[in-house]
Structures are given as structure tokens and as C-alpha cells.
Design a protein around this ligand. Structure first.
Ligand SMILES: Cc1ncc(C[n+]2csc(CCOP(=O)(O)OP(=O)(O)O)c2C)c(N)n1
Ligand SMILES: [Mg+2]
Length: 309
């Protein structure tokens, strides 16, 4: 059966994210990008399926692993590479770097390097949306490690208490830096979500952008009718080291087998026909964006004290 237009579009966005990050890997040794980078290779489908399900005006908040959400929200690539290179043409004039990408015009309100610190911001936005009856839904994407932070639970409680229009999305790669989830958490994520009264769904096939989209869309539709917060857990796999551009399968805290099993299902690796049809255009877009970003100058001293208050 031929693929749908939606499949092709989500494949394209997922591949764009992957190739952007593979370009970052190529550029990194040159030191043109001095910001630390947390890559989403392997996890792209979560951002792509979710963001496609959001309506214009909806908002999304994420973590330092921010490239995928930025691209999935439609962020400009030249402004992204310029931001990573600390140039004036960056989306935040070079002040934010990789860990704090934002693209408010596309709904991405911010990303934070401090684990779980964006969750209360998302809940506050959802409170504003409810008070203003704006009809907006707020999506809040965080890693499994966020669930070990007190502020996550304070935020879940408040969102449940006030029945706010927020979708909590746990991007569960089962790792926090080098610690596996079974060595960190004494609870099941489902039991935790249900304890707050959140309707809970889990997607095991986190590489499947169509499934992420279907489930996100149904959940977001429900939230928009006023049923309160919902919780979505998506299992995924981080391909690269926690921070940086290398592979770390040799370090000893995880094995390659689960990653290899994931690769065997990853549409970006398995669907060669769609890949081949899109790759030249995507790579040309990235090459042009990097060249334009490099042509942007460094910020002048006058920028030091602007936009920082
Ligand atoms: C409050 C806080 N504590 C510790 C850290 C150091 N730290 C950075 S990333 C990270 C792991 C987070 O894991 P997870 O939430 O699962 O996200 P992932 O990196 O897997 O996407 C930690 C502990 C931090 N940035 N902020
Ligand atoms: Mg994690």
C-alpha cells in the first residue's frame, strides 16, 4: 500500500531532525559550535508525532534535548545553526545555545537545561489558557529522569487540582545520563500518573511517528473538551551519548542489543525508498542553512545587556 501524505510529511520532518543532528556531529570537531549538545537521534518520532497533533496557538515546553522539538515546531534552520554557533542571527541572538532553543511563533515557548524546571512553566501556561478560555492546549515534554524531581510532582498535583489543559509527555529512554531507570525509580510511571488521576497511555513503538501522532491527537482533542490533564509515556531509545556527539556503547552502562533491535524497526533506517526520495533535498536545505548561519557575525558588545531582563 502506498504511504499517505501524512506519513511522508512526518518521515521528512523526522529525517530532517536526524540529518540536522548528523550535521552537528560533523561540525562539532571544528569548534564552531561551542554549546554543549544533547542529541535526539533515535527519539525524533516523539516530537514529530506530537507537534503535528498540536493546533496553531497551542504551546509546547521541552528540555535541553531541544533540537527535535524546535524543528518539529517548524523552526528556521539557519536561525538554529546560528544559535548553536553563538551568532547574532541565532533565534535568540546567540545567547541561548542548544539547550535553550525556543520558537514562540511555532508554539515552542522554551527549553530548559535544569531537569524538570520547565514543567511548572507549562502548568502556569495551562492555567493562563484556562483562565482566559483561550482553547489552547499545552504540551510538556520531559525525560524519565524528570519524574525524580520534586517540582514535577508539585506541578502534576496543581495541574490535577485545577484540571488544566495540559498534556504531559514522558519521553522515556530509560536513561538519565548513565543511570538506568530500574536503578533510580521505585514506582511505575503508570501508577504514578494514575495516582494524580491522569488518564494514562503508553506507546511502546516510540519510533512510529504515525502512532505517536494518532495517540497525541486523540489525547489533545480530549483535553480541548475540558477533561483536564492527560499523561502519555512514549518508550524511546537514545542513540548517542547523553551529551556530546559520540557513541558510548563501550562505556559499560548499557548494551548495544536494545539499540540494534530499535534500529531494525526505525522507519528512517528501514524505509529506503522514502529516504532516497527525500535525502538530497533535505541535505541541500541543511547545507544552505549552515552556510547562512556561518555568514552571520558574532554579537557585538552592545548585545551583552539586551534581552536579558
Ligand atoms: C535539577 C537538575 N539536576 C541534575 C541535572 C544534571 N542532569 C542533566 S540531564 C540529566 C538526566 C536527565 O534524564 P532524563 O530526564 O531522563 O532526560 P534525557 O537526558 O534522558 O533526555 C541530569 C541528571 C540537571 N541538569 N538539573
Ligand atoms: Mg531519560
Amino acid at each position: 500500500m502506498p504511504h499517505t501524505a501524512a506519513y511522508r510529511e512526518m518521515f521528512r520532518t523526522s529525517l530532517l531532525i536526524r540529518r540536522v543532528e548528523e550535521k552537528i556531529i560533523d561540525l562539532y570537531p571544528s569548534d564552531k559550535i561551542q554549546s554543549p549538545v544533547h542529541l535526539s537521534i533515535g527519539q525524533e518520532a516523539v516530537s514529530v508525532g506530537l507537534c503535528r497533533a498540536l493546533a496553531p496557538g497551542d504551546l509546547v515546553f521541552g528540555t535541553y534535548r531541544s533540537h527535535a522539538l524546535y524543528v518539529a515546531c517548524g523552526g528556521d534552520l539557519t536561525q538554529m545553526f546560528a544559535e548553536l554557533m553563538g551568532r547574532i542571527g541565532g533565534i535568540s541572538k546567540g545567547k541561548a545555545g542548544s539547550m535553550h532553543l525556543a520558537y514562540p511563533a511555532g508554539g515552542l515557548m522554551g527549553s530548559s537545561a535544569v531537569v524538570a524546571s520547565h514543567i511548572p512553566h507549562a502548568v502556569g501556561s495551562a492555567l493562563a489558557a484556562k483562565l482566559h478560555r483561550s482553547g489552547q492546549v499545552v504540551a510538556c515534554v520531559f525525560g524519565d529522569g524528570s519524574l525524580e524531581e520534586g517540582v514535577a510532582h508539585e506541578s502534576f498535583n496543581y495541574a490535577a487540582l485545577k484540571q488544566l489543559p495540559v498534556l504531559f509527555v514522558c519521553e522515556n529512554n530509560a536513561l538519565a545520563v548513565h543511570s538506568r531507570i530500574d536503578s533510580r525509580q521505585a514506582f511505575s510511571i503508570e501508577a504514578m500518573a494514575r495516582m494524580y488521576g491522569f488518564p494514562y497511555q503508553r506507546i511502546d513503538a516510540g519510533y512510529d511517528f504515525e502512532e505517536v501522532h494518532r495517540t497525541s491527537a486523540a489525547t489533545i482533542d480530549a483535553i480541548r473538551t475540558g477533561v483536564g490533564p492527560q499523561f502519555l509515556e512514549v518508550a524511546t531509545v537514545r542513540a548517542k551519548e547523553h551529551v556530546g556527539t559520540g557513541d558510548d556503547f563501550g562505556v559499560g552502562y548499557r548494551d548495544r542489543a536494545s539499540y540494534d533491535a530499535w534500529c531494525a524497526k526505525d522507519p528512517l533506517l528501514q524505509d529506503r525508498a522514502t529516504y532516497d526520495a527525500l535525502i538530497a533535498d533535505i541535505d541541500a536545505e541543511i547545507t544552505a542553512a549552515v552556510a547562512a548561519a556561518e555568514a552571520s557575525p558574532a554579537p557585538g558588545l552592545e548585545e551583552l545587556l539586551t534581552d536579558v531582563l
